[in-house]
Structure formats: structure tokens, C-alpha cells
Design a protein around this ligand. Structure first.
Ligand SMILES: [Zn+2]
Ligand SMILES: [Zn+2]
Length: 322
């Protein structure tokens, strides 16, 4: 008897759109199913893995580059390894970096024979940030591609925009992809049944706008000016110094800073302080207690024209010792 293929859900979306929030929702919901999760992150120092809630699921991190360019081999290897114990889970979820072009990732499921025999792409779920989408879509090729490839679009952060802007975003989305099911959400809140096990991926639709998809040579470019800078310190952070610095920096440089993420060890606090930003919009919350874990602070910036030395010295300047 032929075994049913394991469904794979690909979660894409631009930097800060709400992918990890969606992933956390899926992992914490009581659905009685077990998923293997693969998270791909841009930059050396992985943080997304720690932003993903503690769940039973095993999480595989791929930090060595962009999933669509350099780590496709890793992706194939991870999937092949996972498939050796396919009985242990009901599905696979892959979260790509916000900078990934979905084309090469989707291609993996159709050109690699080993992968193709065992898993089936169930749906491409693209999370769109209603607030920042229109500003970025014409500049960032990947963002338009992510929408074009989507079977399901989570139009997220609808609470941050007015009706006119929401309509403009919807019109832009439908100009890029008329077939996708668009679900409006706040904080990626969506019934899990609307995104998993949809059987929604349609290769023929994709081939209409990306006819070269199955040619292995199909290459794609990235904005080479976008870089990722990871900072780390073991000295506790002085909250006031940090907030003064980061506010000033983001206000001044928010246009260039596409994404900020941090897990901070604030002096005298029991819990991790989780900090996130998209351009000038910032958000923070208390995370899990440090308990016996080694305390350290990590901060990641993704953006243009970022000066690593300058950021490093400013960040070090926020420590208690400084
Ligand atoms: Zn890439
Ligand atoms: Zn492309």
C-alpha cells in the first residue's frame, strides 16, 4: 500500500509580517496533531527559534543563509531525515525568512525526487502586514513573489490601518494574485483549520506566472544592500539606557531598519524581555523566565545602510557595566 504523502505548509511573508506569531498559534492550539517545524532565518545569530513557544514539536533551525539561495541543500537533507520517521508526525511546517523568494523553495518539492516521493506541498500561506505592505511591495521583489505564490493570504495587522488603506492593500493583493483566499487577521489569529491541511497548492496556477519554476537554473536576485547584524552581550542591560537608545535610533533610522528583534537580559528581571520592531513600529513583551539558563542579550537588525561597529558600541553602551 502506498503511504500518503506528508503535507507541508510553507509560511512566507515579509519581515515582521507575523509569521512567527502564526507559527506559535499553530503550535499552541489543541489540534491533537504533531508537526515537524523548520525555521529559516537570515543572519548568523538565530533568534526566531527562541521566539517560537516551547512546544512538543521539534524545531529545526537553518541559519546559514537565505533558504531560497544557499540552504536548499540543507532543506532537502532535513526533510529526508525527518521522513525516516514520518510516522511520528502528521505534517511539516516551514517558516522562511522574510527575505526569501518562495520560488526556489516551492521548486524543491517538485524537482527533488526523494522529497517529491514522500511529501506534498499542501499550501503556501503568506502573511501580509497591512500596515507596511504598500510601502514595500513595489521595491521588494520578494514581497510581490510571496503574494503571487500564496494559496492563502493572512492579511494581518488590520487593526493598525483604516478602511481606505485596507481596501488599497486588498486591491494591490488581488492585482498580484486573484486566486488566493484572503483572510483578514489581527495578530495572525486564524482558525488553524483555515491554514493547515488545505490541499490548496496548485502547481499549474503557479506555472502560469512563473513558467521557469521547474528549471533548476531559474535564478533570482536579492537586494544585496539588505544585511543582517547580530549583537550579543553577557552584561545585563540597563532598561532606561536601552529604551532611550533604541527609540532614538528607530525614529531616526526607521526607514532603513526593516526589522528589529531582540531577547534581552534586563538587569534585575526574572524574565526575558522580548523586543520586536518593523520600521518604526515597536512592540515588546515579557518572555519566559531565565530560570537556570545562562543569561545573555541578543539583538538582530535587518536593514540597509547599517553600521555594525556603530550599533555594537551603542548596544554595549546600554549595559549596566557601561
Ligand atoms: Zn534567497
Ligand atoms: Zn523570483
Amino acid at each position: 500500500m502506498q503511504q500518503a504523502k506528508v503535507p507541508v505548509t510553507l509560511i512566507t511573508g515579509y519581515l515582521g509580517a507575523g509569521k512567527t506569531t502564526l507559527l506559535n498559534r499553530i503550535l499552541t492550539e489543541q489540534h491533537g496533531k504533531k508537526y515537524a517545524v523548520i525555521v529559516n532565518e537570515f543572519g548568523e545569530e538565530g533568534i526566531d527559534n527562541d521566539l517560537v513557544v516551547d512546544a512538543d514539536e521539534e524545531i529545526f533551525e537553518m541559519n546559514n543563509g537565505c533558504i531560497c539561495c544557499t540552504v536548499r541543500g540543507d532543506l532537502i537533507r532535513i526533510i529526508s531525515t525527518l521522513m525516516k520517521r514520518a510516522d511520528d508526525f502528521d505534517g511539516m511546517i516551514i517558516e522562511t525568512t522574510g527575505l526569501a523568494d518562495p520560488a526556489p523553495v516551492v521548486q524543491t518539492f517538485f524537482v527533488d525526487e526523494d522529497v517529491q516521493a514522500k511529501v506534498a506541498l499542501d499550501a503556501v500561506v503568506t502573511v501580509v502586514d497591512a500596515c507596511h505592505f504598500l510601502d514595500a511591495v513595489d521595491e521588494e521583489h520578494e514581497l510581490a513573489e510571496q503574494v503571487a505564490f500564496a494559496d492563502i493570504i493572512l492579511l494581518n495587522k488590520t487593526d493598525l490601518v483604516d478602511g481606505d488603506k485596507l481596501n488599497a492593500v486588498k486591491a494591490k493583493i488581488s492585482s498580484l494574485n486573484r486566486m488566493a483566499k484572503v483572510i483578514e487577521t489581527v495578530k495572525s489569529q486564524v482558525p488553524i483549520a483555515d491554514v493547515l491541511d488545505r490541499g490548496a497548492f496548485d502547481l499549474s496556477r503557479v506555472l502560469e506566472f512563473e513558467p521557469g519554476l521547474l528549471d533548476e537554473e531559474d535564478d533570482h536576485e536579492h537586494d544585496e544592500n539588505i544585511i543582517s547584524i547580530s549583537l550579543k552581550t553577557d552584561n545585563p542591560i540597563e532598561p532606561e539606557k536601552f529604551s532611550n537608545w533604541i527609540r532614538g535610533f528607530i525614529t531616526e533610522r526607521g526607514v532603513d531598519v526593516l526589522r528589529t528583534k531582540g531577547i534581552l537580559n534586563l538587569s534585575g528581571q526574572e524574565n526575558r524581555y522580548v523586543f520586536q520592531g518593523v520600521h518604526m513600529v515597536m512592540d515588546s513583551a515579557w518572555g519566559a523566565p531565565w530560570g537556570g539558563d545562562a543569561r545573555s542579550s541578543r539583538l538582530v537588525f535587518i536593514g540597509r545602510n547599517l553600521d555594525e561597529a556603530e550599533l555594537r558600541s551603542a548596544f554595549d553602551g546600554c549595559t549596566v557595566a557601561a
